[in-house]
Write a protein that binds this ligand. Structure first.
Ligand SMILES: Cc1ncc(C[n+]2csc(CCOP(=O)(O)OP(=O)(O)O)c2C)c(N)n1
Ligand SMILES: [Mg+2]
Length: 385
């Protein structure tokens, strides 16, 4: 009986800027220009402040639950900027820990606050901004991403509607990979050869479940092999590495119609959400070790060693972030109160009679009854008499 190796593979890990701000010149060549690094550092700092303010809004009863992005800004920055620069018009299919990628691609910043304030208008994405609403059900949305990528392939390549470099990038966490939908999405994307990018932010935890209990495999990215797609692991706290692997994935999607799975190794420095207290299940030493790999610290060090940043610029940036975020909070909190008609108005193109009746009864106290009649209370009092 012949015995042979059925399949072997190797998967690369890429880091360009390490936690001590050492820069790999050969790998980093042609990635981000100095002005782009300054821009992304500023953006990450603004989003870090936004995160802190969102946390305080929740604590002071002005917002519902909020999941902080703290520590994961570089993964969102590198990937989001690669899309903005090299594949504008692409679709972003988010989870909830990549705010900066969405802002970089046109989502107004108050939208995320509105979403977590429980205002449905936070999910009304402006026309021309190709971003799906935040997905709270874990791992469901990569399927939407795969479907969107299939539509792009069909429209651009078959119908010749456009020759733009459009891709679809779906963001999800390590915990999401335990959901079947994520695997169906990757299999579909690879089998149908669609321009999709799957970006897993492996932040080591899914609420209180550590990665060691989440999966038997050593990495998330090795699962790409099972679907016959390219897989690459990157330091998720390194904007250069994240930018590079996303640019490569865009090229692969456009030139070969092939999807890519990117595993960004990162860490959530905050709690899972404001409803969580991670001190109950995480070793403080682990958190401390990751604090020293903070993407903001290493990017700032990189800029300082190249004389692109100093304390004066830092002070000005902090003032700008404060001003910007306070404006955004004002806009979100200042939005007019919605009317009960909103529940009905966005559900059907043409409202069926029964729904019209229900909408009209909302203007009275006769819920679900005839809007012409007296209030239910009056009615029941009448019955009790
Ligand atoms: C289908 C589904 N199951 C369970 C939950 C509850 N839940 C919310 S977040 C979360 C963990 C997600 O972990 P991960 O995918 O690693 O993302 P992270 O929060 O670490 O960014 C779970 C289980 C959910 N929202 N949806
Ligand atoms: Mg996680």
């Amino acid at each position: 009986m012949p015995k042979r190796i059925a399949y072997t593979t190797e998967i690369e890990y890429i880091q360009i800027l390490d936690e001590h701000a050492n820069f790999d010149e050969s790998l980093g060549k042609g990635t981000l220009r100095d002005d782009e690094v300054v821009f992304l550092y500023e953006q990450m700092s603004i989003v870090r402040h936004y995160d802190e303010i969102a946390f305080k809004l929740q604590r002071s009863g002005r917002m519902g639950t909020y999941p902080q992005n703290k520590g994961q800004e570089a993964a969102a920055a590198g990937a989001g900027f690669a899309i903005k620069k090299n594949a504008p018009g692409s679709w972003l299919v988010p989870c909830y820990r990549e705010n900066l990628a969405l802002f970089l691609n046109g989502l107004p910043m108050e939208k995320i606050l509105l979403h977590w304030m429980g205002d449905e208008r936070g999910n009304q994405i402006p026309d021309g901004v190709n971003i799906l609403p935040i997905a709270i059900p874990i791992g469901t949305h990569p399927l939407h991403g795969a479907g969107l990528a299939w539509a792009i392939k069909y429209r651009d390549r078959v119908m010749n509607e456009s020759r733009d470099n459009r891709v679809v990038i779906s963001f999800f966490g390590d915990g999401s990979t335990s959901e079947g939908d994520v695997h169906e999405a990757m299999n579909f994307a690879s089998a149908l050869k669609v321009p999709a990018i799957f970006l897993c932010q492996n932040n080591r935890w899914a609420i209180s479940t550590p990665i060691s209990k989440q999966m038997g495999s050593e990495t998330v990215v090795q699962k790409a092999c099972a679907y016959g797609m390219h897989g690459i692991q990157a330091d998720g706290n390194d904007i250069f590495a994240m930018y590079k692997v996303t640019c490569d994935a865009i090229e692969r999607a456009n030139n070969d119609n092939m999807p890519t799975l990117i595993e960004a190794i990162t860490y959530r420095l905050g709690d899972h959400t404001t409803a969580d207290d991670a001190r109950r299940y995480r070793d403080p030493a682990e958190v401390e070790a990751w604090e020293s790999k903070d993407p903001l610290i290493r990017t700032r060090k990189y800029l300082e060693t190249r004389n692109l940043w100093d304390n004066t610029k830092q002070t000005a940036l902090e003032a700008k972030a404060k001003q910007m975020v306070s404006e955004i909070v004002k806009n979100a909190e200042g939005i007019e109160t919605p009317t009960s008609d909103d529940i009905f108005d966005y559900t059907f193109a043409n409202l069926p009679d029964e729904i019209v009746r229900q909408r009209d009864t909302m203007h009275t106290h006769s819920l679900g009854q005839n809007p012409q009649q007296e209030t239910l209370n009056a009615h029941s009092h009448a019955g009790a008499r």
